[in-house]
Ligand binder design. Sequence first.
Ligand code: GAL
Length: 632
Amino acid sequence: MSLYFGGDYNPEQWPEDVWHEDVALMRRAGVNLVSVGVFAWSRLEPEEGRYDFGWLDRVLDLLDEGGVKVALATPTASPPPWFSLAYPDALPVRADGTRLLHGSRDTYCGSAPAYREACRRIAGELGRRYAGHPALALWHVHNEYGTACHCDHAAAAFRGWLRKEYGDLDALNDAWVTDFWSQRYSDWEQVFPPRATQYLANPGQLLDFRRFWSDELLAAYTEQRDVLRAATPDVPVTTNFVFGGWVPVDHARWAREVDLVAIDDYPSDAGPAAEEQVAFAGDLARHWAGGDKWLLMESAPNLIYTPGRMHAKEPGRMLRHSLAHVARGSRGAMFFQWRAPRGGAERFHSALVPHAGPDSRTFREAVELGSALRALSEVEDGAIEAPAAIAWDAASWWALQGPGLPWEGIDYLAEARAAHRALWTAGITTDFVSLSRPLAPYRLLVLPAHYLMSDAAADAVAAYVDAGGHLVATYLSGIADERGRVRLGGYPGALRDVLGVRVEEFRPAAHGWDEAVTLNGAAWERPGVTRHRYGAGTAWYVSTPLDDEAYRELMAEAAGITPAPPRLELVRRRGDGMSWLFALNHTDRTALGPANGVDLLSGASVSGVLELPAGGCAVIREVDIVPGKPLP
Ligand code: GAL
């Protein structure tokens, strides 16, 4: 099976003669999969109930003749203008009561019955029409679920969700601590989505609203998935996960409902942090996929949006970033988008075929990437070796976005990224993990700002260390229970024993964060870091932010390894009697790394030392790997 290479393809934006050129160029670049129809609802159903599939038939036939497979989308992320006029109650409402209108995308309420029904209908039409089409390889439901709404439909659905979650109002009042500020509810009808209010909103309500939306949107997804499965039981179904603080989706939970985890990855930084963010996203995707393969469904070929302006991706980065994803288990590299549009809000977004056309650096790099991916098909089943894991918890992220925290600067994602960066720069391949999953396989477990912690999760962490595990936990971990209620008796509530410390007071300071730590079995190891023997294991507590170098050193020490040279990324995948070493040089100098084997990209043999030029990549099919022997 080849790795996938391609991207979002929007033929509806172009006359038919361009489609022929598209397919010819796709063949030239080695494109073998495209996502079609993602935003094509107004073309597929120009009026309610009147469908026009003729153009899509021709596109799919043409792609099929060209040997390009299709991830066929349901277009439900952008209902057409007729839909808004026919069903104004299905338009989304913001917390401040503003009802939004079409003119952009994602203008729907995921709880509105008319919207849900229209989605099932168009999905059913597509399913029936394209069942058996030879180009159809994958269903791509919707696009980036994550839009919340505060309207009356959402309110009714939220109440229904809360009733199921809590059973009775007393339990809800208890979970949300509604006796604070006289918020006690005596009737379900008094409960609303967190709409605009006078001052700080209730944090329990905000947290549950996120959880509710995750489940509500998941129900919207599974409805479409089931309609498609009924039409084409053998075609896998997915939706592309989007990652961001505004997204009320628990991807770990959703991953159980997709046949292939697919992510979109747009690093928000154009500098060296981009590489770290790529590695972070890939490791997270592998976690959601349960350690299995997944797919990079979208990434930017060139210009990326960064705050304020767009930035060009430097030459070579398209290949390096794509390989970093494949190294972490992606089944290929897909892009947004195939051809740059002439108009529309994203007219300057990069594309594999830019406005300049195929005579361009981007297209040449695309051709190079296509050929690299073809050379790598054998790695597809290799499993990734990771000695360390970071606990990832979407709900802690949401809770730490709530109001009234002791430090506004606390940013869960930044904390998780800092932990991952410290491991990444130390050369330690890292998994993400949920505390409800087995922890024993890891030599090192890291809890960055794991704010919410159930008793069961705290027990799992303690058992892990007791049995010999190494734990690094940072400030604001274990502070609250799973509902967000603060644990009493001293911070970090759920982790006091295992960490051997007790914190009576937070000391937020100008530079960020500090605490009054009392040792309770632990000892100071360096400023801001304590160390505690617990059972057969060791637990470190980080009570103040560390700089990158100190954090990297701590991770290497806790994992018991000598750190690798920074920014020479080495990731190993191991298959049946085979292994492959991905080596990516993110520096502007030649880098040397230990390797033996054949570079699948260049065909060159490597014995002992791999020499990689600045920005260079190699994928070594290794020889002489003795099972069980420590890896270089
Ligand atoms: C993605 C989205 C695409 C496109 C892209 C731009 O999040 O799925 O449709 O908008 O961002 O970077």
